[in-house]
Design a protein around this ligand. Structure first.
Ligand code: BGC
Length: 820
């Protein structure tokens, strides 16, 4: 949790009468909607958590009345949505996808605020999810009139008042600035309500920090043009989040890296060492308050502007202290690669360290740092030579005007900073060798899988024995003969009920098993109950949440149920099995800990469940950059900063992949920064921003923890589907960063679940293989047809050789051998 304000109200002195209000009090959100939702047995709401802790809730009347208001609002909202869908020509089951991710905005209402007690807690909630973006309107990013009125009234009425935010992203708090105790509870999964009670009572304490800048929505450089269905222009270039706000000298509502505790800390730069390889900066952290706590030491660098403009500062690393008692100190060292301070020069297709002075800053928030030392580089040098990728954006990136932030004493600190000289000639130059597709493996006799496992035959011999069709199956997920994609949404695995997908079972005749994939990132998304029929798991409920159903009339739901095949006698008699999963905190929640070890623990917990339920791949962590607070999936992601995103994703991956046979699938690669028209949305982005901001987190995660899988995104980049772009699916990913695993697409990128876009086409399955994207998920008949055509028709836009198909198929087989 992140404590934004505290006038001494928190921690509360004890339990007693408590007036509890707000949308999240009873209807607490444990995590957003969509594939990131987790089907838990039960999770603890705020009301329940506070009662468990011994509070006497005095506002049952208000909470009951609010339930009614909310029910009515939802009915009206989904009714309106249905009309909209009908007007757009959407009918039948596709209606559900029209509703996807669209959250009913907070309604306006008037209910008396009469709860007894000297303390009031108002829990403000917001929900969002895949398929739709957030809106810059009241009830979503902005507060409603009702919320502003009630929050300000409660702030006056009660001796102690706490505003608790049960949100997954930014909301504009400017209208309630008068409130002096504000806590971001976030959406913490199964334990949400109990965790809040612990923190309110001081049994635990907040030590989280914001992973994005909070400001009124109109002030982000990315807001203009956000959500265009066809083309989004990333004109702000590298100036995303604090890189923008710091450089233009803007005062946000809350800065990046900010968060209080129940105590105070002093972070004092102690020493800095640096050479051509590493920079290390040590700070002494002292607990200067009267309660225990943990602090996050954040190190930033300010690179010198040269031919390339530079942001005021960029995050280089961070370390969280252990728990410090009042008066206690700890020395903390943040170490980072010297060359991580290089910038991308598109003109020279290289990462370049420009000559001049690099200042290293250390502190506990982007707006509270001090200079720890400086590095003087004698000459500019290209430290990694690569090739340019992903075409042209068609515009010049922003070079912000304005004066960057500063603070009292900054110039003096600069003048007095210890300067370490580094010679450009000592920096190492990384050369990349871009690989060719290996020669075709000549056809050979059919080989059994067990011969590969025993070592009697090589994988090449196994591949040699496969027909074109078998190779194609390996590259299209659990291929279903039917065109009805409804069959494969949320319930696509024979192995584990409710899992999102599998690799092919078409090679079972050779003994090759399938890999089972289940969603994340807030835990493992499976169906809660199932039966085993004919050796296959059959879910008894959809793993998708109820709001989808809210679009349909009761008659339609009945008709859908009637269409489902009637259970056989054997099925009726089969026992019911249950598989309840734990919901961990949403991505934002984990990242707000700024604690890689905690991220690892979360991964470890999921890995344990994966072993328990028999899933090989977790379709997580999700790690797109918060380009804008409006992105409907930010809650699944980590940060506006790629370094933080990459490190948290690496921590989670390490936690999962210690479990044998378990792998992460980092997603959605790349530039999936809006949900509106997500299958057909083109992200127009300059190369420097692409490499320094949008690919960087993936690169860091891969270099640190080597996740076994990566999922590509739906969107296009500069006019080509990201999933079919060899530049990022092979050149950066495998050749530059050394990714050793398998690439797969996001679901139905070649078919589309929603309405078709009016500008851009669907992706091509053959195009994916050609790019080095090994598996098109979940696998539909046209995918196989596309591959078979591309193998034989040289005029196919992505004509394929058998060698290219073998390369992808072999990578899938290698991973099956490793994990299954
Ligand atoms: C989502 C992915 C998810 C996949 C499988 C897609 O709609 O974008 O994040 O992993 O479905 O459920």
């Amino acid at each position: 949790m992140v404590l934004l304000e505290n006038d001494g109200t928190l921690p509360l002195k004890g339990t007693g009468k408590l007036a509890l209000y707000g949308s999240g009090a009873r209807n607490t959100i444990k995590g957003g909607t969509g594939s990131g939702d987790v089907n838990v047995r039960h999770f603890v709401t705020v009301e329940e958590g506070l009662k468990n802790a011994g509070f006497e809730i005095t506002t049952k009347g208000w909470l009951d009345a609010y339930d009614q208001v909310r029910e009515d609002a939802k009915k009206a909202f989904f009714g309106g949505l249905r009309k909209e869908a009908e007007a757009a020509g959407v009918t039948g089951e596709r209606m559900m996808f029209y509703a996807m991710g669209k959250a009913c905005p907070e309604p306006e209402y008037e209910l008396a605020l009469e709860g007894e007690g000297e303390t009031a807690v108002y829990v403000l909630a917001r929900n969002s999810g895949e398929g739709a973006d957030r809106t810059p309107a009241a009830g979503d990013i902005n507060l409603t009139e009702t919320e502003i009125r009630d929050i300000l009234a409660l702030n006056e009425k009660y001796d102690k008042f706490v505003l608790v935010l049960n949100v997954g992203g930014m909301i504009d708090l400017k209208p309630v600035k008068a409130v002096k105790t504000v806590l971001i509870l976030g959406q913490l999964g199964s334990a949400t309500g109990d965790a809040l009670a612990d923190v309110l009572l001081g049994k635990s304490y907040p030590s989280g920090k914001l992973t994005m800048t909070w400001a009124p929505i109109g002030d982000y450089a990315s807001t203009e043009g956000f959500g265009d269905p066809n083309d989004t222009y990333y004109k702000e270039g590298i100036y995303v989040g604090y890189r923008y706000f710091d450089t233009i000298g803007y005062v946000p509502t809350y800065p990046f890296g900010y968060g209080m505790g129940y105590t105070t800390f002093n972070v004092e730069p102690k020493e800095m060492t640096a050479d051509a390889s590493k920079v290390s900066v040590t700070a002494t952290v002292t607990n200067t308050g009267s309660a225990a706590g943990k602090e996050v030491v954040q190190a930033y660098y300010s690179a010198p502007a040269g031919k390339l403009d530079k942001p005021y500062q960029e995050l280089a690393g961070y370390v969280k202290t252990g728990e410090l008692a009042p008066g206690e100190s700890q020395d903390v060292t943040v170490t980072f690669d010297t060359e991580s301070m290089a910038s991308y020069c598109t003109g020279c297709a290289s990462y370049v360290m420009e000559e001049g002075t690099y200042y290293v800053r250390v502190g506990n928030c982007s707006r509270n740092t001090h200079i720890a030392g400086a590095i003087a580089l004698d000459e500019s040098k290209a430290v990694e030579k690569v090739k340019n990728i992903c075409g042209e954006s068609g515009f010049e990136d922003l070079k912000p005007a304005g004066t960057p932030i500063t603070y009292a004493g900054e110039e003096e600190e600069k003048a007095n900073a210890k300067v370490i000289a580094i010679k450009a000639s000592d920096l190492t130059v990384k050369e990349v060798s871009y690989q060719e597709v290996p020669a075709e493996i000549p056809a050979g006799p059919s080989v059994k899988w067990e011969e590969v496992i025993s070592g009697a035959k090589s994988m090449d011999e196994f591949v040699a024995g496969l027909s074109d069709e078998q190779l194609a199956y390996l590259c299209i997920g659990a291929y279903k003969e039917s065109d009805d994609f409804m069959e494969v949404i949320g319930n696509a695995s024979k192995g584990v009920a409710g899992a999102a997908g599998e690799t092919t079972r078409k090679l079972e005749e050779l003994g090759t098993p399938a890999l089972v994939m289940a969603d994340g990132p807030a835990g493992l998304r499976l169906a809660q109950s199932y039966k085993v029929v004919d050796g296959a798991a059959k879910a008894l409920s959809s793993s998708l949440a109820g709001d989808f159903m809210a679009m349909l009339t009761p008659e339609e739901i009945q008709a859908m149920a009637a269409k489902a095949p009637q259970p056989s006698e054997e099925e009726k008699a089969a026992p019911v099995y249950y598989q309840y999963c734990v919901a961990i905190p949403i991505g934002t929640g984990i990242a707000q800990s700024w604690n890689d070890e905690l991220a690892k623990k979360c991964g470890d917990l999921v890995g344990e469940e994966m072993e328990m339920f028999g899933t090989h791949l977790w379709l997580a962590p999700a790690m797109n950059i918060y380009r804008s607070p409006l992105c409907g999936r930010n809650f699944e992601y980590y940060s506006e900063d790629p370094h933080l995103s990459g490190c948290i994703a690496a921590g989670i991956t390490d936690g999962v992949q210690v479990h044998e046979g378990c792998a992460t699938t980092i997603k959605h690669y790349a530039c999936n920064n809006q949900e509106t028209n997500r299958y057909f949305s083109n992200s127009n982005v300059g190369e420097r921003a692409l490499r320094e901001i949008y690919l960087k987190g993936f690169e860091i995660c891969i270099r640190k923890s080597q996740p076994h899988f990566i999922m590509t995104s739906y969107n296009l980049i500069n006019g080509e589907h990201a999933c079919s772009t060899k530049d990022i699916q092979t050149f950066t990913l495998r050749d530059e960063w050394g990714f050793k695993g398998v690439v797969m697409t996001d679901w139905l990128v070649t078919g589309g679940m929603g309405p078709k876009g009016d500008k851009w086409p669907c992706a091509s399955c053959a195009g994916n293989v050609k790019a080095g994207n090994d598996i098109t998920m979940p696998g539909i008949p046209s995918d196989k047809a596309d591959i078979m055509k591309a193998l034989t028709d040289p005029t196919h836009p992505y004509a394929l050789t058998r060698a290219e198909l073998q390369l992808s198929a072999k990578r899938v087989l290698d991973m099956i051998r490793k994990l299954a």
